[in-house]
Design a protein around this ligand. Structure first.
Ligand SMILES: Cc1cc2nc3c(=O)[nH]c(=O)nc-3n(C[C@H](O)[C@H](O)[C@H](O)COP(=O)(O)O)c2cc1C
Length: 200
């Protein structure tokens, strides 16, 4: 009996190791520094040219924290109607898709492979090494317009952070909604509202 339970727990451990093997623990977000706010607002703009260069893990952590991290124990960097916190962010790289887990500051592995074709209708976005999908869970929020406002605030925080870091970005509503839902493995209540391309 003891041997049997040992085998079962070994299998369970191996399975859970496999499931989490591709998750990424990000460094702590900086939460300070950067360009003065008024300068960042002055520099905010859209760019549609991206090189192959990728962001560092520190930059990913800072950007995702700015988009929807916790800046207080239970509240976020962006406002949400009725504090429903219906939003989430996914990152799409040429190799894989991850969901940002803001409490633990982790990237949770979602899917393998290059899904940029469904994330982009425009050529520059198909080639860019990083897209951020801004998602709302409509099971948590009453009105789509409220979710849209929250996602708009997430996008603007990414714009301002990019301005401060000297990075290029553009937010996009042009993408394949159904294709993205599949690629991100969303449930029926979750919707991609915007996708933001970020890079150098
Ligand atoms: C909701 C929304 C959807 C957008 N969708 C796209 C898009 O699909 N493709 C694109 O190239 N730009 C898109 N943009 C970016 C706008 O074209 C851009 O913000 C506008 O031209 C003004 O330029 P600026 O951001 O440099 O001020 C979108 C912007 C918003 C707010």
């Amino acid at each position: 009996m003891k041997i049997k339970s040992l085998i079962i727990s070994t299998i369970l451990m191996a399975t859970s190791c496999n499931l989490t093997a591709k998750d990424i623990q990000l460094p702590e977000p900086a939460r300070k520094g950067g360009m003065p706010l008024m300068e960042a607002i002055n520099n905010r703009h859209s760019t549609r040219e991206f090189s192959e260069a990728t962001l560092t893990e520190q930059q990913l952590s800072d950007m995702l924290w700015a988009a929807c991290g916790y800046n207080r124990p239970d509240k976020r960097t962006v406002a949400t109607a009725l504090n429903r916190q219906e939003m989430s962010a996914y990152i799409v790289t040429p190799e894989a898709i991850y969901k940002y887990e803001p409490k633990e500051n982790k990237l949770i592995f979602i899917n393998d492979g290059d899904h940029r074709n469904v994330f982009a209708m425009q050529d520059f976005a198909k080639k860019a090494p990083l897209n951020v999908a801004l998602v709302a869970d409509m099971a948590k929020q009453d009105k789509e317009v409220f979710a849209g406002m929250t996602v708009g605030a997430m996008s603007n925080n990414i714009y301002l952070w990019c301005a401060s870091e000297g990075l290029n970005t553009v937010v996009r509503a042009s993408f394949d909604q159904e294709g993205m839902k599949k690629a991100l493995k969303l449930n029926e209540n979750e919707q991609v509202l915007l996708v933001q391309t970020v890079g150098k």
